[in-house]
Design a protein around this ligand. Structure first.
Ligand SMILES: [Zn+2]
Length: 338
């Protein structure tokens, strides 16, 4: 009997390992841990009670053990600004060369580069980004992945008339409904295209980059900044509902959420400088796939100092691919199997 049970377990494990795991990475630009973990901070600007929860749906899932939060992480660059932040979290290497938002294209091998070189096709690796400059951080050799950034219209061949109408409409609207700032489109268009791509192409690794939050914060529009955090909660909920309709693909898809930098405290909240301790502090959430949650006990070590360098190994762990380690890649997965 023992032997039968053992072979059954072995078969089960093989089966789980054989199924490809997928990951969706979402970054929301410049959102402080203060709002994520303590809710509304400035009732005088928000006209809401201090502490009002901004991510109620996500927090409910956390109570059920379906989400793991990492509230205290550090950036892995010296500047506490966006481009160095994205470069370090996508490459897994500490960023000490790019020091502002206008560096040349990254020379560092990113997770996209390595997944592409491991044989994953361009169709299965995709980035949809609101912010123009993200283009410089996603791959060391541009052209290997599917990408749609800022105001680039999104097209693809062999669409149904309905899909074509949908894409035409989004392409048109994102160029006419412009945000008051320069250098990015509204996140709602990035998200609409991401959902389309997710359902049509079932990517192994999809990266969705959102930026409204940071822009509203720089404009000192606290209510709108809060609103972009609430939208994140709704968007995660929507993605989970979509994944629920996608059969085995959905069951094998994990989500990772993080931000590129924090911001100042008190009246300095709109600004982010590395001189502010709280601008160097970031956070993340990991939603392991249903398959992983159903078949594994997870452990996460809370003593170790965590940073953006851990995001790439976490994604590799969830994808079930060997992590790039050694050299400048010193991060470790945020979660592991017990
Ligand atoms: Zn910023």
């Amino acid at each position: 009997m023992k032997k039968i049970i053992f072979s059954f377990l072995f078969f089960l494990c093989q089966n789980i390992l054989a199924q490809k795991q997928n990951v969706i990475l979402i970054t929301i630009d410049g959102v402080r841990f203060q709002e994520i973990f303590h809710g509304v901070r400035f009732p005088e600007i928000a006209q809401e009670e201090r502490g009002t929860e901004l991510l109620p749906k996500l927090k409910r899932l956390e109570k059920l053990g379906k989400v793991i939060s990492f509230p205290r992480m550090h950036i892995a660059n010296k500047m506490a600004i966006s481009l160095p932040g994205y470069r370090s979290l996508l490459s897994g290497e500490f960023e000490n060369i790019c020091k502002w938002n206008r560096c040349p294209n990254t020379f560092r091998k990113t997770i996209f580069d390595d997944l592409f070189e491991s044989g994953i096709s361009k169709e299965k690796l995709a980035t949809f980004a609101s912010w123009k400059q993200l283009a410089l951080a996603i791959e060391s050799q541009p052209g290997r992945i599917t990408r749609n950034i800022e105001f680039e219209p999104y097209f693809e061949p062999n669409l149904t008339p309905r899909e074509e109408r949908f894409l035409n409409e989004v392409n048109e609207k994102m160029r006419t409904d412009l945000p008051p700032w320069r250098g990015s489109r509204y996140d709602k268009y990035t998200f609409a295209l991401s959902k389309f791509y997710l359902q049509k192409h079932r990517p192994r690794f999809l990266y969705i980059q959102l930026v409204d939050s940071d822009e509203y914060a720089h404009e000192r529009k606290y209510k709108k900044y809060l609103n972009s955090i609430r939208e994140l909660d709704d968007r995660i909920d929507e993605l989970l509902k979509i994944l629920n309709t996608m059969g085995s693909y959905g069951k094998n898809t994990s989500i990772v959420i993080t931000t590129d930098h924090g911001r100042g405290r008190g009246f300095l909240w709109p600004i982010h400088l590395s001189a502010f301790t709280s601008a160097n502090q970031v956070w993340s959430y990991v939603l392991p796939s249903k398959k992983i949650l159903d078949n594994h006990q997870l452990k996460y070590q809370n003593l170790r100092r965590k940073s953006h360098l851990d995001i790439r190994p976490t994604i590799e762990f969830l994808l079930g691919v060997p992590p790039k380690s050694g050299g400048a890649n010193t991060g470790r997965p945020l979660i592991e199997f017990k």
